[in-house]
Design a protein around this ligand. Sequence first.
Ligand code: DQA
Length: 144
Amino acid sequence: MKILILHGPNLNMLGRRNPELYGSFTLDDLYEELVDEYPSIEFTYYQSNHEGELIDVIQESLDEDYDGLIINPGAYTHTSIAIRDALELVHFLKVEVHLSDITKREAFRQVDMINDVCDACFMGKKIESYFEAVEYILKQKENA
Ligand code: DQA
């Protein structure tokens, strides 16, 4: 099982951002927790503060044999038609994840450009949202 995990802008700053919304763990802590919890899954991680770089990685993933993509595009969730278009090209499982519940935050965060091009979305449970995303992919693969 191979899963690509993509993070957008400012998520490299986890641990220094508002802990009530995002938790007090760092992005490396998050990766470590996923590896500990799912030792048999091969995770590939990528974080960028740049929209085009995220799009390049999504495009490159098309030629890899991933079973799933978990993406937290950060603020690009609310603005990026370009990331949405790139995700439309992906034909393996795509899961949107957020640490916070964007449906209960400012109006501008309730705009979600990628929701309907992803297979599922988990949010509002900090690190647990990622576990739910992995569980979703495992379940879909089991039932396939
Ligand atoms: C976020 C929510 C976004 O609105 C915000 O810009 C982020 C993090 C989350 O995981 O809750 O950077 O995607």
